[in-house]
Design a protein around this ligand. Structure first.
Ligand SMILES: C[S@@+](CC[C@H](N)C(=O)[O-])C[C@H]1O[C@@H](n2cnc3c(N)ncnc32)[C@H](O)[C@@H]1O
Length: 291
């Protein structure tokens, strides 16, 4: 955070508070990584179970902020919530123009739709918007937000963290666009993220586009995957070096078309957006387990 003394005492206080939060976060991340380095990392199934326990049930205002509900304290006094999806739609449009993707959107899928910050911007463009999430209450909130802006059918798909491929069984048809924002960093492990990529590829129709945001690992020890769940430090669980995610996406059958980097924004830091395309000649896979 940069110091801006022109804001006066209030600005200086905010700046000091911001620095304190940053130091506290780095200290917490260091502690968690020391534990992982000492061989105390958790298995994927243990992280999945703790993640399920955290996300499945509403847990007050901080949970609502973490789930990006519009009325949560982090969002209710600014237009940040609206800007999240607006920026994502603009980025999608830019990428779509670049690759000349202009088909009608029969179905858009969002993995980890949360309280609908993206859904309210993308759903009006689609015949059907499918929101996948862990929490039934979050899906209800997302449905409410979509209904407030358009008549597009909203289809909620609830999955358990331990069974992501359940989404394939519930969504029995292809989608044109697959979206995932502010979720890959919360996934239990980088390997789990690869499974979500494979599911995205399976769901997409030939020629379909995926826009996926990940947190990137910049080589510093503190930015590597953590492999330990902590509800007080949700982000940074799973990160990827940028070229590694590119290669991973190719390994899952995608053609990466564009990367957009956001080193820092109002919510966090080190974000990379990948625009991925499924080949025109590839078939729509069935609901087989994609592993
Ligand atoms: C930070 S919110 C992001 C919401 C929305 N994508 C946005 O950009 O505003 C994270 C959401 O991901 C969901 N989530 C967490 N782990 C998940 C997983 N393994 N699969 C699908 N959704 C998950 C949470 O329940 C929560 O609603």
């Amino acid at each position: 955070m940069q110091t801006n003394h022109s804001d006066g005492p209030a600005g200086r206080a905010r700046s000091v508070l911001g620095r304190c939060k940053q130091v506290a976060r780095q200290t917490r991340e260091t502690g968690l990584r020391v534990l992982a380095g000492l061989g105390m990392s958790q298995s994927e199934s243990k992280i999945s179970a703790e993640s399920q326990q955290y996300w499945a049930q509403p847990g007050g205002q901080s949970w609502e902020s973490d789930s990006h509900w519009r009325a949560a304290p982090e969002f209710d006094s600014t237009d940040l919530w609206s800007r999240i999806g607006r920026k994502h739609l603009a980025l999608f449009d830019k990428g779509a123009r670049m690759v000349e993707f202009d088909r009608p959107l029969d179905r858009v899928v969002e993995w980890g739709c949360g309280g609908g910050a993206n859904a309210v911007h993308f759903a009006p463009r689609a015949k059907e918007f499918v929101g996948i999430d862990i929490s039934a209450q979050t899906l209800e909130e997302c449905a409410k937000q979509v209904a407030a802006v358009c008549d597009t059918t909203f289809r909620p798909v609830r999955i358990d963290v331990a069974e992501p491929d359940e989404a394939l069984r519930q969504i029995n048809g292809p989608c044109d666009v697959f979206l995932c924002f502010y979720v890959f960093e919360l996934l239990p492990t980088p390997e789990y993220g690869e499974l979500v990529l494979r599911i995205a590829h399976s769901l997409l129709a030939p020629g379909g586009l995926a826009l996926i945001q990940v947190k990137y690992n910049d080589g510093r020890w503190l930015t590597k995957p953590r492999r330990r769940f902590r509800s007080s430090a949700l982000a940074d669980l799973t990160t990827y070096p940028i070229p590694v995610f590119w290669t991973l996406a190719e390994g899952c059958g995608f053609t990466p078309e564009m990367i957009h980097l956001v080193p820092k924004n109002e919510l966090d830091e080190r974000y990379a957006y990948f625009l991925l395309r499924k080949g025109e000649t590839e078939g729509q896979e069935s609901s087989n387990h994609p592993r």
